[in-house]
Design a protein around this ligand. Structure first.
Ligand SMILES: Nc1nc2c(ncn2[C@@H]2O[C@H](COP(=O)(O)OP(=O)(O)O)[C@@H](O)[C@H]2O)c(=O)[nH]1
Ligand SMILES: [Mg+2]
Length: 329
């Protein structure tokens, strides 16, 4: 048995950090160890509420996580924070920003804050973040907050690794409502209009009702409790509306658990990530050893006009099947 397992299960943060680093590593021996650790961790059957928070840069996600996370630990809950942020991995900029903004939460004994994986691990950010979340569950956290930038794929991925999807938006006039992509609206379980304070308070109220009307036009999904998706105003800076936001999340979670949607969604997600992992593994095969050389040779033949792309691809796939066949026999 892995010597990280016992301290991980007892909630030791150093062990949790080391386990997450292991999961993020691309080294084959690390991967093998990570896979075993994840399997052992999962068999404990511990579950947290995994809440994804999305929104455009600057909307206040990190500030919200700091305030909201603090409120949750105040309620006696253990809170872990993870980030899926390909852009911050690239620039390095917002990692520092997040760190300073989550200063208080980072020092909270009931919280664990893990910044975005480094650029070296960019390829599998989503897959590894999901695994990091399950390590947090095994470590006994009650809530895992996953902060993600509102850009295309990271959002879809975050929705697929969470139980609740929360979208943060800023107060804005009706025109800008059109700017929010329909897909994101359709994914959200809860929309929080942040910065509902000071001069923006009135605009925030109007934004809440604009979005509430827009949401009513969407088709109700099976996983929507009556009255959901909801729109609520919050101020991460002033700490207002956080309790109402948590009440809404709890109401929806309880309903989904009672109606069976919680377990159904988790099962579908597990199947999805299994398939993703296999797909990524197959792509990796193309970059290794003989396959890599074969790809390069055939690619050259295509570039030189000796083979047509389709014919070369068919030949390459046949070659791969042949290798797979001889390896398994
Ligand atoms: N007025 C106001 N400003 C906020 C609020 N939440 C965040 N901000 C500010 O918005 C900026 C971006 O916040 P940040 O949390 O880094 O946004 P993120 O990029 O979504 O993580 C910072 O200057 C925050 O101080 C809020 O509730 N009210
Ligand atoms: Mg941030």
């Amino acid at each position: 048995m892995d010597d990280l397992l016992a301290p991980l299960l007892s909630g030791d943060r150093r062990a949790l950090s080391r386990a997450i680093t292991l999961v993020e590593s691309t080294r084959p021996d690390h991967r093998a160890r990570a896979v075993d650790l994840l399997q052992a961790a999962q068999s404990e059957g511990r579950e947290a509420a995994r809440i994804a928070l999305s929104g455009t840069p600057g909307v206040g996600k990190s500030t919200f996580v700091e305030a909201f996370g603090g409120m949750l630990t105040g309620l006696g809950l253990k809170v872990a924070v993870l980030a899926v942020d390909p852009s911050s991995a690239r620039t390095g900029g917002s990692i520092l920003g997040d760190k300073t903004r989550m200063d208080r939460l980072s020092r909270d004994p009931d919280a664990y804050v893990r910044p975005s994986p480094s650029a070296a691990h960019l390829g599998g950010v989503a897959r590894r973040t999901r695994e990091a979340a399950s390590l947090c569950e095994a470590a006994g956290f009650d809530v895992v907050l996953i902060e993600t930038v509102g850009v295309g794929q990271s959002e879809t991925a975050a929705a697929r690794m969470s139980d609740l999807f929360v979208l943060l938006i800023a107060p804005a006039g009706g025109d800008e409502l059109q700017g929010v992509k329909r897909g994101i609206m359709e994914t959200a379980d809860l929309i929080l209009v942040n910065k509902a304070d000071g001069e923006l308070a009135k605009t925030a109220t109007r934004t809440v009702s604009d979005y509430a009307s827009a949401l009513r036009l969407l088709r109700r999904r099976p996983q929507d409790a009556p009255g959901f998706p909801k729109v609520l105003p919050v101020s991460a800076v002033e700490g207002t509306g956080l309790d109402a936001a948590w009440a809404a999340m709890t109401e929806l979670s309880d309903w989904r658990r009672a109606e069976g949607h919680w377990a159904t969604a988790r099962a579908a997600q597990a199947a999805h990530w299994f398939e993703e992992e296999v797909r990524a593994g197959l792509l990796a095969v193309l970059r290794e050893g003989d396959a890599r050389a074969q790809m390069a040779a055939m690619s050259e033949a295509v570039a030189a006009g000796r083979s047509a792309p389709g014919a070369a691809a068919a030949e390459m796939l046949a070659w791969l099947r042949g290798t797979a066949g001889s390896a398994s026999s």
